[in-house]
Design a protein around this ligand. Structure first.
Ligand code: UD1
Ligand code: CA
Length: 511
């Protein structure tokens, strides 16, 4: 049940009915829904997340709030805190310049459209038009990715406790420049906010700033939102004007002090982005260290927020772990490796390699300088060696692909030995074709497997052969193009595929 719809069902809409179209939630169909009485204390606040600003200081074509911080769009972290701290589905204010946000978050949230980013006051007005009247409105910005749910909750609670028109979070950052400064009256009460661009030199020396997180008395906000006048300095409609307005009416405004100024640090440019990212990165790294991960040089390791590491994982210097990556116990990720959206099992050894959307089972050795590309799946005990590339392929347990070779669109069984320089020629210029290699097969050095093709169980190919036809079980293929031979004597080793040992007398370079 969407909050906005139920509210509209009980209350008088603040604007003409066609404004309803501004709420651009997919599956938007009228329904009667359950009714939420406006004074119901259990009613969740309307949580508005501002994300319509151009973010010009980022100098980017991408909407500011979609810039990643430790691998996640900054808005994702804000929405998480907003939802957990405020309850219910957030309403995200977007503008034509930031509609890309909808492509990323889809129907996980509701949207309100601010036609033109005329300022934060106008953005909240757009939200209220879309959602209809609300008992309580929480407003926060999409550019504070370190925000915690508890802080959102504390601001809401402060407002309720004092029945204030507005409760706002305030902090004392090391450098207050850029922020709105808090003006206090002789009694120490919040009297107003002056924006940095409009502030006098004396006002700019005020250390206490507006953090950009507010809880409003919804009825009061609805009645006053149209009274904001444009700033003389910038022509923008500042949401912060409401603070002075409330005080002049004799309404209470409370400031909830947030001790950690960093938590509400807004990102306006890429220098601030890099600083916030450094803070978050350090927290992520420290979290993993305390959870039992060894890092030889923690400062050089980059780990995205969503990465999961088991205890006793070892990360050597300059490792980058990104996206939805998981690494199992006792696995060593060697210096300079990059692992993206991949799952790696236990007791693996990865040396200076790149893994993308790959799955690696237990006890696998990879690298140095191997590249596992999307949909590479490596069975337990397998060995993927120097300059080996695997794409969209299954390499079965105990198989070995040691030296400069390419396996693409292939299915390798157990204990297959892939000789140096082997290539699955999977692309004919138009389409991709599959290669299938059976258990215990032995692919000689420099074999070209021209797909579609299959090599049977325990079959072998000679060095330099170009295999254009299927090779049945136990047969040998040699030459260009390869012709079939029956091997003179079946080597004993190939009868026991799980050992993975190559048959004798093969000119294979050793690892
Ligand atoms: C704002 C506050 C400032 C506070 C600071 C905290 C105002 C006028 N100023 O300044 O007092 O100290 O945040 O970080 O509110 N946005 C819209 N529509 C618009 C303009 C902005 O949705 O028309 C959104 C932006 O996308 C952003 C948020 O509102 O997410 C804040 O806007 P921003 O331009 O970053 O405001 P600040 O200058 O940081
Ligand atoms: Ca900001």
């Amino acid at each position: 049940m969407r909050r906005s719809r139920t509210r509209r069902a009980v209350d008088t809409p603040p604007g003409p009915p066609q404004n309803r179209a501004h709420l651009m939630s997919p599956n938007d169909a009228p329904d009667d829904g359950e009714l939420v009485a406006p004074n119901d204390p259990t009613a969740q606040p309307l949580v508005v997340v501002l994300a319509a600003g151009l973010g010009t200081r980022m100098r980017s074509r991408r909407p500011k709030v979609l810039h990643p911080v430790c691998g996640r769009p900054m808005l994702a972290s804000v929405l998480e805190a907003a939802q957990a701290g405020g309850g219910g589905r957030p309403l995200v204010v977007i503008s034509p310049a930031t509609t890309g946000i909808r492509d990323v978050f889809g129907d996980a949230v509701d949207y309100a459209l601010q036609e033109e980013p005329l300022g934060t006051g106008d953005a909240v007005r757009a939200a209220l038009r879309a959602a209809g009247p609300a008992v309580e409105v929480v407003v926060l910005s999409g550019d504070t990715p370190l925000l915690q749910a508890a802080t959102v909750r504390s601001v809401i609670e402060r407002r309720r406790a004092e029945d204030a028109a507005i409760a706002l979070a305030v902090t004392r950052p090391e450098d207050p420049s850029g922020y709105g400064r808090i003006l206090r009256d002789a009694d120490g009460h919040v009297a107003g906010i002056v924006e940095d661009k409009d502030a006098s030199a004396r006002e700019r020396r005020i250390a206490e700033v507006n953090a950009g997180l507010y809880a409003f008395d919804g009825a009061w906000l609805g009645a006053r939102i149209d009274e904001i006048r444009p700033s003389g300095a910038t022509g923008e409609l500042y949401l912060t004007e409401l603070v002075g307005l409330a005080r002049r009416e004799g309404r209470t405004v409370v400031a909830a002090e947030v001790a950690d100024a960093m938590e509400l640090s807004g990102i306006n440019d890429r220098l601030q982005l890099s600083r916030i990212e450094a803070v978050l990165r350090r927290r992520i790294v420290e979290g993993h260290l305390l959870a039992g991960v060894t890092m030889l040089d923690p400062g050089s390791v980059l780990i995205d927020a969503a990465v999961e590491l088991a205890p006793d994982v070892v990360l050597e210097p300059n490792v980058i772990l990104q996206g939805a990556t998981r690494v199992g116990r006792d696995t060593v990720v060697g210096a300079g490796s990059r692992i993206v959206d991949s799952v790696v099992g236990e007791r693996c050894q990865i040396w200076t390699s790149v893994l993308e959307s790959a799955t690696v089972e237990d006890d696998v050795r990879i690298g140095p300088f191997a590249h596992l590309r999307p949909r590479a799946s490596i069975g337990h005990g397998a060995e993927i060696g120097n300059f080996a590339e695997v794409k969209s392929s299954r390499v079965g347990p105990y198989s070995k692909q040691h030296h400069f070779s390419y396996i693409g669109d292939a299915e390798l069984g157990e204990a297959v030995n892939v000789g140096a320089g082997t290539v699955t020629c999977n692309f004919d210029g138009h389409a991709k074709h599959r290669t299938v290699i059976g258990d215990g097969a032995f692919i000689g050095s420099d074999t070209m497997l021209v797909a579609p093709v299959s090599v049977g169980r325990r079959a072998r190919t000679g060095a330099g052969s170009v295999v254009t036809h299927d090779v049945p079980d136990d047969m040998l293929a040699v030459g260009v193009p390869a012709r079939l031979r029956r091997p003179r004597a079946a080597p004993a080793a190939s009868a026991a595929p799980s050992t993975g040992d190559p048959p004798p007398r093969r000119a294979e370079p050793d690892r």
